[in-house]
Write a protein that binds this ligand. Structure first.
Ligand code: NAP
Length: 355
């Protein structure tokens, strides 16, 4: 099977690529992005003839469709606002597709492509990272054990356990997504209906295993809420997603958002129109990296409150991912980048039959 990773030298792909190369039946792994030099360097670093550098811009749909026709499946590991055009290109090219989540609104737009994907005979898996991804798998597994589900609590946190450098600002994943998580209203399910609340509201203290400990979390927009109320069903009335980043990180991002430096509204700077969102993201991406990368432990928790045989039941699932020593990446990269590798293999080898 031949799998292309769009965004193949990005942060999350640092575990997708080695996992695919370590899996049976994988003939070729495409490492794609807009920068030829970065794609080539990353492919060369894999020290495996099957790793192939590909230069393509996901915004150039004709070029993307031409490229996708050479592959069995594409893993979209770019920024989430490229999900719709990339999924459309995959359907047009007739290949399977998966991505790492669409921050609710993109996911709803993508679900509208269902009939087109079915007609093309391809499978599209939306949001198969850690959260969304493993979180949804834990939830549906738990729900399958219950007769009724009243409430589903989705919680995510983590802690740096090695590497890093004091004073260095290191976003754990695409800063563009984090800006949107910190600024867009967050969907929550109450009385069986979605409503929106301000980002970072709903402060909640919760305790995770060491070294994470007690953290303060808050609502952020996430795409689990776009699909899980329906996939879980069973009368679910209440669902929300709460994340807890380290306090200093949260403070810095919240300040950038408050100052308008993460706004998508264009402003005029000396006669040139720019979006602060693009400028600040690009500046942060270019910041010097710590000599030793920050390695984290990442935790996803899913709690279901419901009923079985007339008894009240609470089920709690926890996915804890530690750094990968050989790949030299943190738990947050492992638990996000490996699930799409597995999904791509299952789609390409025919294990996933549903379109
Ligand atoms: N589900 C989860 O658990 C989870 C967790 C973390 C992150 N995520 C999501 O995963 C996605 C990737 O995150 P990340 O941290 O890996 O981001 P990243 O490090 O910024 O990587 C994104 C990659 O996409 C490439 N790219 C951007 N625009 C492109 C275009 N027009 N055409 C082709 N390639 C393009 C970039 O390379 P060039 O700019 O050089 O082209 C870059 O290599 C984000 O959407 C993030 O929200 C999901």
């Amino acid at each position: 099977m031949k799998v292309l990773i769009l965004g193949g030298y990005g942060a999350m792909a640092q575990s997708t690529v080695p996992d695919l190369l370590a899996s049976p039946g994988v003939e070729r792994v495409g490492i794609a992005g807009r920068n030829a030099a970065k794609a080539k360097a990353f492919a060369a670093a894999a020290r495996d003839d099957r790793a192939t550098a590909v230069t393509v811009d996901a915004r150039d749909s004709a070029a993307l469709i031409r490229e996708l026709r050479r592959w069995d499946c594409v893993i979209n590991s770019t920024w989430y606002d490229l999900n719709v055009p990339t999924m459309e290109a995959a359907i047009e090219a007739g290949i399977h597709y998966c991505d790492l989540g669409g921050l609710y609104h993109q996911t709803l737009r993508q679900l509208k492509l269902d009939a087109r994907a079915k007609d093309a005979g391809v499978t599209c898996v939306l949001g198969i990272g850690s959260t969304p991804g493993t979180m949804n798998v834990m939830a549906i597994h738990g729900a399958s054990k219950l007769d009724k589900v009243h409430k589903v609590l989705l919680r995510s946190s983590g802690a740096v356990v090695a590497g890093g450098e004091p004073g260095k600002f290191v976003p754990p994943y695409a800063i563009r997504t984090i800006f949107d998580e910190f600024s867009l209203d967050a969907p929550i399910l109450r009385d069986g209906k979605i409503r929106f609340v301000p980002a970072l509201s709903g402060l909640e203290r919760s305790e995770f295993m060491s070294p994470v400990g007690v953290v303060e979390g808050y609502y952020t927009i996430h795409s689990e809420l776009a699909t899980m109320p329906e996939t879980i069903g069973k009368g679910v009335q209440e669902m929300d997603f709460i994340v807890a980043f380290p306090p200093a990180f949260r403070e810095t991002v919240a300040t950038l958002v408050r100052l308008g430096l993460a706004s998508r509204e264009e402003i005029l700077v000396e006669g040139t129109k720019v979006r602060p969102y693009d400028v600040t993201s690009t500046a942060i991406d270019a910041l010097p990296k710590p000599k030793e990368p920050e390695l984290d432990v990442d935790i996803q928790r899913c709690v279901l409150v419901g009923e079985k045989d007339g008894d009240s039941v609470t089920l709690r699932y926890e996915a804890v991912t530690w750094p990968h020593k050989k790949w030299k990446v943190g738990g947050g990269v492992v638990d996000t980048g490996v699930p799409p590798s597995i999904a791509a293999q299952w789609m390409a080898n025919g294990s996933v039959k549903r379109k």
